[in-house]
Design a protein around this ligand. Structure first.
Ligand SMILES: C[S@@+](CC[C@H](N)C(=O)[O-])C[C@H]1O[C@@H](n2cnc3c(N)ncnc32)[C@H](O)[C@@H]1O
Length: 273
């Protein structure tokens, strides 16, 4: 039997299924965060202090907390926040998770983080340039001097942006989730790409479909550089990609569109890169 649900937030309202779909990445991303901090981060005397803006289901909060790091995260979606809080508690792990927005978040207790990370194109949810600048400035302000911002997002080639399809499959005992994400060709004047995710969930012999529609803001390499120039306290140190391979750096160009930027916070806000 199959039922269909359509809403702007459906897949984040179901953190368990979202979590299952992304689980394969978690180990690689965790290793990358630790590895890049060793290579390029500030000198540390204890565990990492990590902030994850838009932390979703908290899969990375859990994996970093389990390795002894201090983890804080926030998300706009209350279901994701509750799921992340519960998962840390269930594992007996420390961490703070709260509800907040990328564009105007605040961090508790005046903490300054060693690393802030925002992966898998989450930054593209911010739908205006002003919002993106505000979010980057807040991320920079949340970092200690020398701390790193890791920003992973899919770039757009406006001359060649055919519809794109990606499939992920997640499994747990008794549950199977097949997630198909489709991106439409970019709308260059509006700087948007229409996205659709369909999750086909099979649980206790029943199958249902949840569909989510949203727009991402698009970035060419030049548009991303122009954005970064507006936050001079962040300096681009290196560019990797969604393979999370520390040994392989690439240029910020369209040779490979899934880029992972490593940005370092300068000594003083306002210093030019
Ligand atoms: C692709 S998920 C990434 C979650 C997590 N960072 C991870 O890697 O698994 C995107 C998350 O961004 C959240 N989100 C979208 N727009 C947001 C905003 N403006 N402020 C805060 N969170 C937002 C969604 O609720 C969702 O949990």
């Amino acid at each position: 039997m199959s039922a269909s649900k359509q809403s702007a937030t459906a897949w984040y309202d179901s953190p368990l299924y979202y979590d299952m779909v992304y689980a394969d990445y978690t180990k690689k991303e965790t290793r990358f965060i630790e590895g890049i901090m060793e290579r390029r981060g500030p000198a540390l005397t204890g565990p990492l202090r990590v902030l994850e803006p838009a932390c979703g289901s908290g899969r990375l909060l859990e994996s970093l907390a389990a390795r002894g790091h201090v983890v804080h995260g926030f998300d706009l979606n209350k279901h994701q926040v509750a799921f992340a809080q519960k998962r840390l508690k269930a594992k007996g792990l420390q961490g703070r998770v709260w509800r907040d927005r990328l564009q105007d978040f605040t961090v508790p207790l005046r903490v300054r983080y060693d690393v802030v990370h925002c992966f898998v194109s989450t930054f593209k949810y911010i739908d205006t340039e002003a919002g993106a600048v505000r979010a980057l400035r807040r991320m920079a302000a949340a970092l200690r001097p020398g701390g790193l911002l890791l920003l992973g997002l899919h770039l757009t080639d406006y001359r060649n942006s055919p519809p794109d399809h990606e499939r992920w499959i997640g499994r747990k005992p008794g549950i199977r989730v097949v997630s198909d994400t489709l991106s439409a060709p970019a709308n260059r004047p509006a700087r948007t790409e229409a996205m659709r995710t369909r999750m086909r969930i099979t649980e206790r012999g029943q199958t249902r479909v949840e569909e989510t529609l949203w727009d991402f803001r698009t970035y060419s390499p030049a548009e991303l550089r122009a954005l970064l120039r507006q936050v001079p306290s962040l300096r681009l140190l290196a560019c990797h990609d969604f393979h999370y391979d520390l040994g392989s750096e690439r240029k910020l160009d369209l040779a490979y569109s899934d880029v992972l930027l490593v940005l370092r916070k300068g000594r003083a806000d306002g210093r030019r890169r």
